[in-house]
Ligand binder design. Structure first.
Ligand code: HEC
Ligand code: HEC
Ligand code: HEC
Ligand code: HEC
Ligand code: HEC
Length: 302
């Protein structure tokens, strides 16, 4: 019963010309902090608040690396006003602690509305459907290096498909408005970094006069691993060589973004071990810029 009344009320309101004025919440068009959007977009907000984008300004690493925010050329991607395609954005001069927040990515001065992937009816704020949001280009103004690397690979997948996976759900959770809006694909706003799986890399081992030769190819990630615009992520390749059941040689190689695993390209590591062996174990692990410790990715036995 309550539902029917709401539905009727809803139809009356929909037909009313003044619906926009009645429901519009003007402060939403004045670039508020992300928390403000959580009143309706609660699920998306909860994901974002735990994301690296939310701490892009306040992170200790950034504070240190930007010399306590004194290196001005570093600041704008970490507290942007409005994102742009391929160029770095301008710096905000308010709410900087909010990092890469909702309005920086969604609100446009040009239309005074929220741009997004859908054609929606959103009385609290105007919205504009903008298909750029479904393309890799929307990330390119800040993730410039990664975008350039991705561009060189023939792949169907864009950044969102791997870093903002979607599932069916509501864009908003606020009662009773949520009842009037159909479910859609909602993209995860945690901007997580999936872990590579064992078969993402092809690992081969051989022997020549200089010792053991290790060849590793990044088969599945369509950008460098590790990739970075300014952080300092690392990969580690650990090697253990066995003879007669005993460890006879161990070594560890650190892979920085400068000597990364390029998509579909073989990387050769020469191990100066000339004796014979029975078994070799190669392990890969990674440490994202902000992680304190490395985590295991996979190991390969030969
Ligand atoms: C063009 C946009 C842009 C500019 C300018 C920029 N950054 Fe970044 N920064 C990024 C992006 C994107 C990342 C995400 C990390 C990645 O690509 O792996 C990042 C990540 C980082 C990280 C790692 C995050 C963390 O919390 O550990 C640090 C530290 C950092 N940047 C410092 C800087 C410094 C210092 C400067 C100035 C020399 C700078 N950034 C300028 C875009 C930018
Ligand atoms: C009072 C409720 C309310 C608040 C607060 C609110 N929104 Fe919305 N928003 C909506 C509704 C309703 C829709 C349409 C939902 C649907 O059709 O499924 C929507 C849709 C959107 C869309 C999708 C647009 C598109 O074309 O794909 C974006 C982006 C968006 N909102 C951003 C924001 C941001 C950013 C904030 C905070 C500044 C915010 N919203 C605050 C109610 C709200
Ligand atoms: C306004 C600039 C900006 C835009 C636009 C942007 N990012 Fe970021 N992104 C950053 C910064 C800065 C960081 C690093 C924050 C930190 O760790 O301190 C980051 C971090 C990330 C991370 C986490 C990296 C890690 O090491 O954990 C992912 C994943 C990511 N972004 C994906 C995306 C995707 C996908 C898009 C496009 C939909 C996008 N970003 C758009 C600036 C941006
Ligand atoms: C096919 C899926 C896929 C696509 C498409 C993709 N990525 Fe990634 N990305 C990954 C995986 C997997 C990792 C983690 C690799 C690892 O650490 O093992 C990663 C890592 C990252 C990282 C973390 C930085 C680091 O330490 O290496 C950032 C930032 C990132 N991607 C941004 C992007 C952007 C921007 C795009 C689009 C231009 C994009 N990715 C496209 C799968 C993808
Ligand atoms: C780094 C940029 C970025 C940030 C920050 C960001 N979004 Fe998004 N958002 C996107 C992109 C890109 C899409 C579209 C993904 C697609 O369709 O492939 C999207 C989609 C949406 C949609 C449509 C539903 C969906 O998930 O496709 C809503 C609503 C939305 N965002 C609200 C928000 C709110 C609220 C916040 C803050 C809590 C926020 N966004 C933060 C980039 C961002």
């Amino acid at each position: 019963m309550r539902f029917i009344i709401l539905l009727l009320g809803g139809f009356l309101l929909f037909s009313c010309d003044k619906v926009k004025d009645v429901f519009q919440e003007k402060d939403l068009l004045q670039r508020p902090v992300a928390k403000r959007c959580s009143e309706c977009h609660q699920n998306i907000y909860n994901q974002w608040k735990d994301s690296r984008h939310a701490v892009a300004w306040t992170s200790e690493e950034f504070k240190r690396a930007s010399e306590n925010y004194s290196k001005t050329k570093c600041l704008s991607c970490h507290a942007p006003y409005e994102i742009t395609v391929s160029d770095k954005p301008n710096l905000r001069d308010f709410h900087r602690e909010d990092g890469v927040n909702c309005v920086a990515c969604h609100f446009r001065d040009s239309t005074k509305s929220m741009h997004g992937p859908y054609d929606v009816f959103s009385p609290p704020h105007p919205s504009t459907q903008d298909l750029q949001y479904t393309k890799a280009e929307i990330c390119s103004g800040c993730h410039q290096e990664t975008y350039k690397q991705w561009k060189t690979v023939a792949t169907e997948k864009n950044c969102q498909q791997c870093h903002m996976p979607s599932e069916k759900g509501k864009l908003i959770q606020k009662f009773p408005f949520d009842l009037f809006h159909a479910s859609k694909e909602v993209h995860h706003h945690g901007f997580m970094v999936p872990k590579s799986k064992k078969d993402f890399f092809d690992v081969k081992i051989s022997k020549d006069s200089s010792g053991v030769v290790l060849k590793i190819t990044n088969l599945k990630v369509p950008h460098n691993v590790p990739t970075a615009d300014h952080g300092n992520p690392k990969y580690y390749v650990d090697i253990v060589i066995y003879k007669d059941g005993k460890e006879v040689y161990t070594d560890s190689y650190m892979i920085t973004p400068k000597e990364a695993f390029l998509p579909k390209q073989e990387k050769v590591i020469n191990i100066p071990y000339l004796e014979s062996y029975d078994k070799v174990k190669v392990s890969l692990s990674r440490k994202l810029s902000w992680q304190k410790e490395a985590e295991k990715i996979a190991s390969y036995d030969f």
